[in-house]
Design a protein around this ligand. Sequence first.
Ligand SMILES: [Zn+2]
Length: 267
Amino acid sequence: MTEAPDLHLRWSDSKDASGYVNDLAGSAEQVAADANEPADTLALAVTAAIASEGLGKALGHEWAIYTPQDAAVVASAINATLQGSVENLRLLEQAVRHIAARGDVSIPAPSVSGEDTLADALDRLTGAADEIQAHLKLLRPAIRTLDASPCTYQAPQDVHATVMAVAALLGDQAKTITNLEDCRADQGDADDPCGCVLEISAPGERYFFDYSDGGWSLLRHGAAVTDAEGNMSWTGSSRLDVKDAIVHPHQLVEQIGRIMDVDASRA
Ligand SMILES: [Zn+2]
């Protein structure tokens, strides 16, 4: 049997690859490094809870992940969160015993009347930790399988490739209205706008689709204000919810279709 991937290493990879992960995790890491008083303990506990609840919200989205390897990283992080939580339940039990040792609370003997005492509560903490621990080993083979699963999705390499992939998916409905010779795909980073604009046709309407100013936008031709020189401008937001430059082209097409449907239903 092959070894499970080094889980901690896998998140380090994700952290190195994405400044976004670093930005988000950085301040929690800083607090964790120096944590030695209640303010740190409570801040880290609340942050962990917020991150866990937020992850649930993110995973509830249809486009939460693109590949089984993404799933493996998330599964290994959840595994580590559960492992950490098991250990933390035990450490919390010890921490309450430290409070008692200082004389700031007394721990009465376990109740015989069925009413929960502090001793019962501490017993439950460690009991729950033992129970979760027993189930955790079931996760490792699942993570291995996710990580090793072949994936056919080829992510676009830059903004231009994403725009062209969207055009290909839309077929006759889309055409590039800018000169491909003017495309700046080779001049910047993969997530820099390349300048290419698609015109997408829908029944009774036309749209302009491009990536600029750090986001994807879809401008409805009929919503434009045209000045005396014939220059078009738009008011209001034309941004798609998707912001990543290297996004799954199907996800963009789905969002474009949804916006067109809404516009059509209002027409
Ligand atoms: Zn381009």
